[in-house]
Design a protein around this ligand. Structure first.
Ligand SMILES: Cc1cc2nc3c(=O)[nH]c(=O)nc-3n(C[C@H](O)[C@H](O)[C@H](O)COP(=O)(O)O)c2cc1C
Length: 224
């Protein structure tokens, strides 16, 4: 399972950068998924300049197609989301709005920052992700005022609990073109695409490798 840690702040002096790096370092000690950092400052998208809404998959600009091919191969996301005026950052909303199918039928967890832990940013982010057909996990990691000066022991435990929930959403039969009638795991999964993306002439999403389907274990987590 491939998970992108998306750094949702571009502010000079941003504290989210250190937090996102910490997330990747802790996460990469795990063996059930791989984790990459995606820094929206490096992605450097302009304010949305696509003439057609992303749900139609007709991307006019090279920067949109590049962003789409960066996001498409990932199975899940961890959003590192600072709270700005009781919401999440504009740069993150802009990056989300650029795409549609590339987000669909995946899962996300959250690490938030703010005076009160950034909880309101995540509440709003959950609503937006629902429209993008992203499932969100319950456990979240919050850094409030003063937390960044301390050893993040509590956050460390919460991060692994959140990642356990996220990894349990690894692609399985629900994302196959066809589920086996008896509910048994099929031997091969193909990437699922919404019907609107199957018509000719639309931007092609880079295909994922076919992969075996497995059911999650009784504890809710899944073997790699
Ligand atoms: C424009 C702006 C608005 C903010 N609004 C809030 C807020 O509504 N609630 C809050 O708890 N913190 C708020 N903060 C504090 C930030 O969440 C906090 O400084 C966090 O570290 C920002 O992440 P960053 O350093 O990666 O940009 C705000 C900060 C900025 C820059």
């Amino acid at each position: 399972m491939r998970i992108a840690v998306i750094l949702g702040s571009t502010r000079p002096g941003r504290r989210s950068e250190g937090v996102a790096q910490w997330v990747v370092n802790v996460a990469n000690a795990r063996t059930d998924a791989s984790f990459d950092l995606i820094d929206l400052k490096e992605v450097n998208l302009p304010l949305l300049d696509e003439p057609v809404p992303a749900i139609f998959g007709e991307y006019a600009h090279a920067h949109t197609r590049e962003w789409a091919s960066l996001i498409a191969p990932y199975d899940g996301f961890v959003f590192v989301a600072p709270e700005y005026n009781h919401s999440f950052s504009a740069v993150l909303k802009n990056a989300l709005d650029y795409l549609y199918a590339e987000w669909n039928d995946k899962a996300a967890g959250f690490v938030s920052l703010g005076g009160h832990g950034g909880l309101r940013a995540v509440e709003q982010l959950r609503l937006v992700l629902a429209e993008l057909k992203v499932a969100t996990v319950r456990t979240q990691v919050a850094f409030g005022r003063g937390d960044l000066q301390r050893e993040p022991q509590q956050q460390h435990e919460e991060l692994n609990a959140m990642l356990d929930e996220l990894v349990a959403w690894r692609p399985r039969c629900g994302r196959c073109e066809r589920s086996p009638p008896n509910g048994a795991a099929s031997s091969r999964c193909r990437p699922w695409r919404p019907a609107s993306r199957r018509s000719p002439g639309r931007t092609r999403i880079p295909s994922r490798r076919s992969r075996p389907c497995r059911r999650p274990s009784a504890t809710g987590s899944a073997a790699p």
